[in-house]
Design a protein around this ligand. Structure first.
Ligand code: GLY
Length: 364
């Protein structure tokens, strides 16, 4: 079977790599692999602290994917490591503390691993936290990874496994007799395949030829700062008088501060207001952030869906398989998505853990 993967971000490359290692002939098409949401992602692997109330199915998929990460990284050659210090979520005023209390009760009722920390306990765990922090939660299993390092490793592994990378913009899906038969490149040439895997992230809902898909761009602006090596052990999430901010340390002496969430379509503007708000809140949470060098600001688009969960597996168009709509959890859901789609391509069925995420009946 020949497979064309439309999109060379983390999801597309991981699917291609896993499919190629199972003997399939795979081509990935992308004009700038890894320059979409994968480039902006902070790399939180956070089934607890990223999921909202009621997102139990998504949390189960997220936990499944997190459990797959160690094996996935070992198969990749062990060059990319998880940061396993967990996540501390802090609050500043009485309303923030009430919100953390509600979250804590909800996690405990759901049987999820979480502990309540006093401000002192939080600062002993993360000494750089502001003395103004009033209290915290600790999610010991919410880890992180460096998405850019992961993308580079996946690209190498995919090529080593025989995946061909075609650096071209995709103009449309090729459809013949009501079946996806490949992709039309910007040159007009058609790259044919028995199956097309749609992994175009936020652009998945906008590719001519695809059936209507409920995927929309959700803009996120993010900052990278240099010089904070050792400042934080793990991820810090904060409610700063009701505003959300997160700080994720990475091994290359960067601290990632994110992120806005804006319904502005494919607007790529980095705004002064967003940079100001993110820095103000990050400095409030960790005062030493003010001393770091601001080295990058970036806006990209999450592939949002109506229920915040991905679209996996068969689509309404024969020959077209979906691996998209990962919204805020693309990095986390990469291993589970890759394995599920590789199962579908080689065995004809999705594993049970992925079955709730097909399009069937979800959006009526
Ligand atoms: N997962 C973090 C974000 O989407 O901002």
């Amino acid at each position: 079977m020949t497979v064309v993967v439309a999109g060379g971000g983390l999801i597309g490359l991981a699917v291609a790599w896993r499919a190629a290692t199972r003997g399939l002939s795979v081509t990935v098409v992308d004009d700038a692999p890894g320059d979409g949401a994968s480039r902006a992602a902070a790399g939180m692997l956070a089934p607890l602290t990223e999921a909202a109330y009621g997102e139990e199915a998504l949390r189960a998929l997220s936990r499944e994917s997190l459990a797959r990460y160690p094996g996935f990284l070992a198969d990749l050659g062990g060059t990319v490591a998880l940061r396993t210090a967990g996540t501390v979520e802090v609050g500043f005023d009485a309303d923030d503390m009430a919100a953390l209390d509600r979250l804590h009760a909800y996690y405990v009722e759901s049987g999820l691993p979480v502990e309540r920390l006093t401000a002192g306990q939080a600062r002993r765990r993360e000494p750089a936290l502001s003395p103004r922090v009033r209290g915290a939660l600790h999610a010991p299993t919410d880890h992180s990874i460096e998405p850019r390092a992961l993308h580079a490793a996946l690209l190498t592994a995919a090529v080593d496994a025989g995946v061909e990378i075609v650096r071209s913009r995709i103009a449309a899906l090729a459809v013949t007799d009501d079946r996806a038969t490949g992709v039309v490149l910007s040159s007009g040439a058609v790259l044919g395949g028995d199956t097309v895997v749609l992994a175009l992230g936020a652009w998945s809902g906008a590719l001519p030829g695809t059936p209507p898909l409920p995927v929309r761009p959700v803009k996120g602006q993010i900052l990278r700062l240099r010089g904070g090596d050792g400042l934080l052990a793990g991820t810090i999430r904060a409610l700063v008088r009701g505003r959300h901010v997160y700080l994720v340390p990475s091994a290359d002496d960067r601290l990632v501060v994110g992120a806005t969430s804006e319904e502005l379509g494919f607007d790529a503007t980095v705004t002064a207001g967003a940079v100001h708000d993110l820095l103000r809140d990050a400095i409030e949470v960790v005062p030493e952030v003010a001393e770091l060098e601001l080295v990058e600001t970036l806006a990209r688009w999450r592939p949002g869906t109506p229920d915040n969960a991905p679209l996996l597996g068969p689509s309404p168009l024969p020959g077209l398989v979906l691996a998209t709509g990962h919204h805020r959890n693309g990095v986390l859901l990469t291993p589970a998505t890759a394995d599920a789609i590789a199962d579908l391509l080689t065995e004809g069925t999705l594993p049970a853990y992925a079955a709730p995420f097909t399009m069937d009946g979800r959006f009526r």
